[in-house]
Design a protein around this ligand. Structure first.
Ligand code: PEP
Ligand code: MG
Length: 883
């Protein structure tokens, strides 16, 4: 078999589409060579050799030696130099190159082939002994570090000693003799450390380096990187051996990096940096200040250093032409490395350039408008999750920031405000017009009001799926969660971070995209929802079949979602409407009531609030469908916790404190998620659902009369397992509707449907659909009940499960296609079998997850529903799923 592929001199054995075999770097070097772009000749040892190597006890395939020898001879022919030749030596670089870029994860050796004889040849070629010995000592140091595993500090110490000895401050003060002396010292050090001399034989050097690259595939850095980026171990890495060209052989030499467009803004300008008389690593290392490529770039950054365009206009023009050729060829923004040796330009690498989310969007839209790619391709180019960063305010990158702590980037966006330590204070301060940041050890459902009015949320405990993180993401509030170095003192209303104290009212800024917390106000930049963003969304809307609705219960969320293009409300969780301080007291009264009459009295007081909620939502949604789910959570969630709260309820209800205390104890459940919740509440206390239904229909009639618009209420029953539950509760809803229509003399059409969030409901979907007019898949509960894993407690062990490959992704974030997905598929089929064309959507967290949206498209759901800030993400993902 063929294990080695050569490139150079306008031809190559490989191509860009052979990344799996040649790695990204090797495939692109071959491609560039094929299209006539000047690339130093070389060859690629394939990823299959890596796989073979690990499958066969670190042995190479038998034919490899011969194939490498032949390829090397080719390179020698093209470059007009000979590997190991004392008079005219070919020097090479040996680099790794995996399928996916793994920046800095693997090792590289430069200047390979140097020894005491060939260094003389390099002096002859370059006419520069200082350069040649400097290259030689760099090679010994790199090779020793990468291949021989001798720590580089040994060499740095020797260099520092020599400088001290000679009274030098800078490396540039060393002359040829100094470097030569250092080479001797380096080799002595290697012999001392290794117990044998530094390998002088270039062939031995090369095989040592090749072995080190393959070995580095299994080093800890690489293993960790692969795990973080989902790169399978089985891919292996290729090895590229390529003729050296030198950017540091004099003033007609240079090296640099360039992007075909600006990678931070996406603007179509040539962007990059270079250094005269330098090696590639000098540009990155930041020892010298690199110069701009273009006069424009230089002017923009107010740099005094001349641009390449001024210093080497001819070579710049050549590079600019290559920029255009490569971009037209790859049809994507390229990140290139180049070196100029003795006035000749060489390209060392090209690849699709990494870019910010903003640049990604601009480049895709611009390229479609330029006709380089079509609109479908532009849609496919954007990772929907990247849009998240574009929808929130961001910190002004130019503004100084005083970072005092950091935590998890739990919900994106940046915000500033005065610190408060309770949800109540947040609401009070907000009412006075103050901007506040809510800082809590952790949050609970009672804090929702405070979270809503806060600009941002900080918690010191909890992870990415903690209450604070999930709720904040839903609301689009920036949140830094689990900032463990912060100690909150609720009693004194302050927090401390190793000596520093921040008191209530002090201004802080948080960046939920990075997890940073800063002292004082850092200016933010508002997101732009027009321009490129709007263009891409328009193209996506034209290409998608799935409708996108939102999960919303407050007017603000509903408005935000409309602004982001939501086509209705797919889930209004009514329980969130009862935590308001004005309402919770009635809710609590309702719960503690001894009989139906008592409950009805309390519900009577809640009804006007509920009606107003729905009036607001119907008005904002202007005729779009609104799905309202009747009360779902266990009643004890509404109960008072503290002594004061219990006393308050006791006073309001006219009972003794101990009665309340007993009741709280009775209602508490050991497994509330599987307890007295969902439709079970409606079965036990139909008057609750009746009140909610009355409020819905009264609101619907009122809005349709006032606005003349059709209002389309969809009433949804949660957590049913049987048709009987649905039938009983549908009767309650229908009765309320009939009552309102009679009282108002207005009739409107409505639908009663159900959530499918229990396995039994999914399996019995055929008979359930005989009663239900629509299904909405509650995949949060369906995942919890199908996997038998608590949605609140599974975080810690799910991480282990993911690492062990039991579940590849968090099943609460991305639908478990094989298990939960099969139930959804079955329910959809069975539902359709008894009610043709039954409307179906999804409203679990999965409704905003691109991979899950693709699944919804596959099984032909009608819509997905997600939190407001996920709406644009879902629109794009739905389009991608349809392409
Ligand atoms: C669900 O279970 O998927 C759902 C949307 O309902 P909730 O998250 O309110 O339980
Ligand atoms: Mg649910």
């Amino acid at each position: 078999s063929k294990w080695v592929y050569t490139f150079g001199d306008g031809k190559a054995e490989g191509r860009a589409d052979m990344k799996n075999l040649l790695g990204g770097k090797g495939a692109n070097l071959a491609e560039m060579s094929n299209i006539g772009i000047p690339v130093p000749a070389g060859f690629t040892i394939t990823t299959e050799v890596c796989t073979y190597y690990y499958a066969n006890g670190n042995q190479y395939p038998a034919e490899l030696m011969d194939q490498v020898r032949t390829a090397l001879a080719d390179v020698e022919g093209i470059m007009g130099a000979k590997f190991g030749d004392a008079g005219n030596p070919l020097l090479v670089s040996v680099r790794s190159g995996a399928r996916a870029s793994m920046p800095g994860m693997m090792d590289t050796v430069l200047n390979l082939g140097l020894n005491d004889q060939t260094v003389e040849g390099l002096i002859a070629q370059s006419g520069d002994a200082r350069f040649a010995y400097d290259s030689y000592r760099r090679f010994i140091q790199m090779y020793s570090d990468v291949v021989l595993e001798i720590d580089h500090h040994h060499f740095e110490d020797l260099l520092e000693d020599l400088k001290a000895d000679r009274g030098y401050n800078l490396d540039t003060e060393l002359g040829a003799d100094d470097w030569k002396e250092l080479v001797g010292k380096y080799k002595a050090k290697v012999a001392e450390q290794l117990g044998r001399p530094f390998p002088e034989d270039p062939t031995e050097q090369m095989w040592g380096a090749v072995g080190a690259v393959f070995g580095s595939w299994m080093n800890q850095r690489a293993i960790t990187y692969r795990r973080l980026h989902d790169i399978p171990e089985s891919w292996g890495t290729a090895v590229n051996v390529q003729a050296m060209v030198f950017g540091n052989m004099g003033d007609d030499c240079a090296t640099g990096v360039a992007f075909t467009r600006d990678p931070s803004t996406g603007e179509n300008t040539f962007y990059g940096e270079y250094l005269v008389n330098a090696q590639g690593e000098d540009v990155v290392a930041g020892i010298r200040t690199p110069q701009h490529l273009t006069i424009e770039g230089k002017t923009r950054n107010e740099s005094d250093l001349p641009a390449m365009e001024e210093v080497m206009p001819g070579l710049f023009a050549e590079l600019d032409a290559i920029r255009h050729r490569l971009e037209a060829h790859y049809k994507d923004m390229q990140d290139m490395e180049f070196t100029i040796q003795g006035g000749k330009l060489w390209m060392l690498q090209t690849r699709n350039g990494k870019r910010t989310s903003a640049a990604s969007l601009k480049i895709a839209v611009d390229m479609a408008n330029e006709g380089l790619i079509d609109k479908k391709e532009a849609i496919m180019r954007i990772d929907p999750m990247q849009l998240d960063q574009l929808l929130h305010p961001t910190l002004d990158p130019k503004a100084p920031r005083d970072v005092i702590a950091s935590g998890l980037p739990a919900s994106p966006g940046a915000a500033s405000g005065k610190v408060v330590f309770s949800a109540e204070d947040a609401e009070d301060w907000a009412k006075r017009g103050e901007k506040v940041i809510l800082a809590r050890i952790e949050t609970s459902p009672e804090d929702i009001g405070g979270m809503h009015v806060a600009q941002g949320i900080i918690t010191t405990r909890g992870g990415m799926t903690s209450h604070a993180a999930v709720v904040a993401r839903g609301m689009g509030r920036p949140c830094v969660a689990g900032a463990g170095m912060i100690r909150i003192n609720y009693a004194e209303k302050l927090f401390t971070i190793s000596g520093l104290t921040i008191k209530e009212g002090d201004v802080v800024t948080l960046d939920g995209s990075t997890g940073q917390i800063m002292r004082g106000e850092v200016p933010t930049i508002q997101p732009e929802l027009t321009g490129d963003f709007a263009a891409l969304m328009e193209w996506a809307d034209a290409g998608r079949r799935l409708k996108v609705r939102t999960n919303a219960e407050t007017p603000l969320d509903a408005q935000t979602a409309r602004k982001f293009g939501a086509e209705g409300i797919g889930l209004c969780r009514t329980e969130h409407m009862f935590f308001d301080p004005l309402r919770i007291i009635h809710m609590r009264q309702m719960i503690v009531a001894q009989d139906e009459a008592g409950r009805r009295a309390a519900l009577e007081k809640l009804l006007p609030y509920q009606r107003q909620d729905f009036i607001d939502l119907f008005s904002i949604m202007q005729g779009l469908p609104v799905t309202i789910r009747l009360l779902d959570p266990p009643l004890h969630e509404f109960l008072p916790h503290t002594q004061d709260e219990m006393q308050e309820v006791a006073n309001a209800a006219g009972v003794e404190l101990k009665t309340i205390r007993t009741l709280v104890a009775t209602l508490s459940e050991s497994n509330p998620m599987l307890g007295h919740r969902g439709c079970r509440l409606g079965i036990s206390y139909p008057e609750i659902y009746e009140m909610q239904a009355l409020a819905i229909f009264q609101a619907a009639v009122q809005v349709s009369q006032a606005s003349g618009q059709t209002v389309v209420p969809e009433v949804m029953i949660p957590l049913i397992g049987t048709r009987k539950e649905l039938d009983l509760l549908k009767a309650v809803v229908d009765k309320a509707a009939a009552q309102v229509f009679t009282e108002t003399g207005t009739t409107l059409s409505y639908a009663v449907g159900t959530m499918i969030e229990l396995p039994r409901a999914a399996l019995r979907a055929a008979e359930i659909a005989e009663s239900a007019e629509f299904f909405s898949f509650g995949t949060n509960d369906l995942t919890q009940t199908t996997l038998g894993m608590s949605r609140d407690d599974s975080g810690p062990f799910l991480e282990t499960y993911r690492l062990r490959g039991i579940y590849e992704k968090d099943p609460f974030a991305t639908i478990d296609r094989d298990g939960v997905g099969e139930l959804v598929r079955i329910a959809a089929e069975r539902g359709r079998s008894t009610r043709a064309g039954i409307k179906m959507g999804i409203c679990g967290e999965h409704g905003g997850d691109p991979a899950s949206i693709a699944f919804c498209e596959e099984i032909g759901l009608d819509y997905v529903s997600c939190s407001p800030y996920r709406v644009p993400i879902a629109r794009l993902a739905a389009a991608q799923a349809a392409i």
